[in-house]
Design a protein around this ligand. Structure first.
Ligand SMILES: [Zn+2]
Ligand SMILES: [Zn+2]
Length: 793
């Protein structure tokens, strides 16, 4: 008898079949291996001892990028053949499987790329079974060339020979290509046509002419749009303040920090501090943007980054080249490329106007980006799924995901239960959506802020693409309670069961699942920007007692008026003036108000007095914005949380000498309310006494930390629960996160913070999916206890 093995997990596009082929050959087994839409199927027969050894080796010697979630072994009839073969892929009805993300160029391919004797010397699309595009080029499963955007490029005889040779590292590597048969790059200038020659038939000089020209333009201070793995970047010399200013100007004078790409590690080390964990992330196969602390620049240093790249921040978003094309753009040593020296640090920012999704198609890019770029470095390999760069940071040795996209999406998060097919549509900012099937939650790539039609389209397209690839037919749509959200309308005309989930509850449950916790009750601190509450007010300074299916609002920040509603997010001075006015605190001689339009201020106060246009909020994010403005950090922002982030930079040096301000927790009929009057009054007093911004900022952080710990202690006394989950965008604040984590542990709490999912709204959809599954289960139980204080609207 033979053994039939079904392997599930990330087993396609990672060199798994060649691996099985090698293993079966080693143990003299015959049979076959085959990709199906349900995983990898293997049939093996041979000597029973050798078969045993094959089974033992299988999970342990697997390729680096593979993960095995399950191995199902059954007895089967003997195969007809006496050899071992790789069979044609099959589509199995109902089958699906997780997929690998896009992988940065591997060291072997990088060596070949710069080897003048290699036939892929300086070829921008070199890849192998262990590296290159995956998620961004896949159109269908099983993962095979005809199901990717590489189908347009028939392999030449040399590439085919490698593709079918089991001993070659390009054996069954789907994106395989070479200068004879694969995609190529071209350079177009916005105002003139750069002559392009078909690079397939010509010399290395002509083949690299587009790249050489791009390098020259970058050196001369031009802005070049570069087509990458998951979309276009705008690239320019990061050391040139005029160029960076020009880029900001064209993009709309925003302060949003730009990411930068450095030629190599040495260059990064000269401009940023870097510890071992940060280094591991920078060189790892996902190659995310890593936030690193800037070094103080000296006039003598070789490499420089303009202050305008990340104004008023103490960190830089750094990454290393991750595609062969990036290497060709930034390489400092190759003799052919060195004819056009290039700056070793480039700004590499998503090529769009502030809030539109990243451009992916040549035609679309040429149209949309012409006002932004002087030239375009294009290529003709299509990007099927858009994917922005991921952004991470290291906090106390562990990775914190600020944006989980290229390289990480669509690796699934494992659920502690088998979910119904569910689509969770996420929130309005930093949107990701989530599809669940069995124990997998597939969290999408970064979609962005739902503020324009382009992002809406990108959101709907992403849902179509991923539900097709993972074969998910949702039985549940989970959405936010805010009826005005674009996402909350999604699928409203379909027959699918729709379940509303409260925003802060979704944050806490997302953190629980991210930590692998099964159903239980615990204390959750959701400190966030804005989430629609069950009372229709804007929440975000919440201490919940939460489980997968429900929550109680144990305590929250007091409600204060938000003058102008959500628009106040861009104008922290309005939040500061509004809070102070409604608390009866006199702030008239504070410096920040001198820069404010006095008429607008009078109007704002009138509106609050009359209760007009001033919705109530308990948001922690708004409290941070209010304080940042009050103490003079800034009155207006051009990106989310800018004021709080800049306050954080100023406060850091004073954290060790910070003193908490007084606050009070009031027991009322509606639960516990955290009063902030004394905090704001103390800050105003300190300002009058001439205390420094940094000291006041640090005191404020300390106050919120003490308050958070105090509320958890009360919750423990009242409920007996000893576990605390932290979630919501405010926890991106490192000072607060560190103070609260340490304080809670000193008080013998078990603390959970996010592990692989962002703490901001980018992680929201995961919580929505889990909660909706539990609410549905409760509702469909005939005698089941009605849900407690419900999440559903
Ligand atoms: Zn490779
Ligand atoms: Zn070829």
């Amino acid at each position: 008898m033979a053994k039939h093995i079904l392997v599930k997990g990330i087993v396609q596009g990672v060199g798994f079949r060649p691996y099985i082929y090698g293993l079966a050959t080693r143990y003299h087994l015959h049979g076959w291996v085959c990709n199906t839409s349900g995983g990898v199927e293997i049939l093996v027969e041979g000597d029973s001892e050798e078969l045993e050894r094959f089974m033992q080796s299988l999970p342990f010697e697997k390729p680096l990028l593979a993960t095995i979630d399950s191995l199902e072994v059954n007895e089967a009839p003997s195969p007809a053949s006496t050899t071992f073969e790789i069979r044609e892929s099959q589509d199995v009805y109902g089958g699906y499987q997780p997929l690998a993300g896009d992988i940065a160029i591997c060291p072997e391919c990088e060596r070949e790329l710069f080897n003048p004797n290699d036939r892929r010397y300086l070829y921008p699309f070199i890849s192998c079974a262990h590296c290159g595009p995956r998620f961004t080029i896949i159109k269908n499963i099983p993962y095979d060339r005809p199901n990717t955007t590489m189908e347009e490029f028939p392999m030449c005889e040399y590439c085919r020979a490698e593709y079918v040779d089991p001993l070659d590292r390009r054996f069954h590597a789907q994106p395989i290509a070479c200068p004879n048969c694969g995609p190529f790059v071209e350079l177009r200038e916005t105002h003139s046509q750069f002559p392009t020659t078909d690079p397939r038939v010509s010399s290395i000089e002509i083949r690299t002419s587009a790249i050489l020209k791009a390098r020259r333009l970058l050196r001369e201070g031009y802005i070049v749009a570069v087509k990458g793995l998951g979309g276009f970047h705008l690239a320019c010399d990061a050391s040139n303040p005029y160029t960076v200013a020009e880029l900001r100007d064209r993009k709309g004078r925003i302060d949003t920090p730009f990411a930068v790409m450095a030629a190599n590690r040495t260059v990064i080390e000269s401009v940023c501090e870097m510890n071992r964990e940060e280094q591991r992330l920078l060189v790892g196969r996902e190659k995310p943007i890593v936030l690193l602390v800037k070094k103080k620049q000296t006039p003598m240093q070789t490499y420089r980054v303009s202050e305008l790249v990340a104004p008023n921040l103490d960190t830089l978003g750094m990454m290393l080249p991750y595609t062969p094309l990036h290497h060709l753009l930034l390489n400092q040593t190759d003799p052919v490329l060195a004819r056009e020296p290039v700056p070793p640090i480039l700004v590499m920012t998503s090529s769009n106007f502030s809030e539109e999704p990243i451009a992916t198609e040549n035609k679309d890019a040429l149209k949309r980006l012409s006002p932004l770029a002087d030239a375009f470095l294009l290529h003709n390999r299509a990007i099927h799924i858009r994917s922005d760069d991921s952004v991470v940071r290291v906090n106390k040795g562990s990775t914190v995901y600020l944006r989980r996209s290229r390289g990480y999406a669509p690796y699934p998060v494992k659920l502690p239960f088998a979910a119904k097919p569910t689509l969770a549509v996420g929130g309005e900012l930093q949107n990701t959506f989530c599809l669940t099937r069995d124990c997998y939650a597939f969290l999408s790539h970064h979609i962005g802020d739902m503020s324009n039609a382009e992002t809406h389209e990108s959101f709907e397209q992403g849902i179509r693409q991923l539900s097709h690839i993972f074969r998910v037919q949702p039985e549940i749509i989970a959405h936010d309670l805010n009826p005005n959200y674009f996402t909350a309308q999604y699928g409203s005309r379909s027959e699918v069961l729709r379940i509303g989930v409260q925003h802060d509850h979704a944050h806490i449950v997302s953190c629980m699942v991210d930590n692998g916790l099964d159903e239980r009750q615990l204390i959750g601190l959701s400190f966030d920007g804005m989430g629609y509450g069950t009372d229709g007010k804007t929440w975000g300074g919440e201490a919940l007692v939460a489980s997968f299916a429900g929550f109680e609002r144990f305590a929250h920040l007091e409600y204060l008026p938000l003058p102008g509603g959500d628009a106040a997010i861009r104008l922290p001075w309005r939040v500061a003036a509004g809070y102070a006015h409604s608390l009866g605190i006199d702030i008239d001689d504070l410096p920040f108000l001198r820069k404010v339009d006095q008429h607008a201020l009078r109007l704002l106060r009138q509106e609050i007095d009359r209760g007009l246009n001033s919705p109530s909020t308990s948001s922690m994010g708004h409290l941070f914005d209010a304080v940042a403005s009050l103490i003079g950090v800034r009155n207006e922002v051009t990106y989310e949380a800018q004021a709080a982030m800049e306050m954080d930079v100023l406060s850091k040096p004073f954290v060790s000498v910070a003193q908490s301000y007084p606050y009070s927790v009031e027991e009322t009929e509606d639960g516990r309310i955290i009063r902030v009057h004394e905090i704001i009054q103390s800050i105003v007093d300190d300002l009058h006494a001439g205390e420094s911004i940094g000291q006041i900022g640090a005191n404020f952080h300390k106050t919120i930390a003490d308050m958070a710990i105090e509320v958890c202690r009360r919750a423990r006394t009242s409920t007996g629960f000893n576990e605390v989950a932290l979630s919501g965008g405010v926890w991106q604040n490192q000072i607060l996160l560190d103070l609260v984590r340490v304080g809670l542990r000193q008080n013998e709490f078990t603390v959970y913070f996010h592990k692989q999912v962002p703490t901001n709204d980018g992680g929201l959809s995961l919580g929505q999916a889990v909660i909706a599954n539990h609410l549905r289960a409760e509702r469909s139980e005939p005698d089941g206890e009605r849900r407690r204080s419900g999440s559903s609207g």
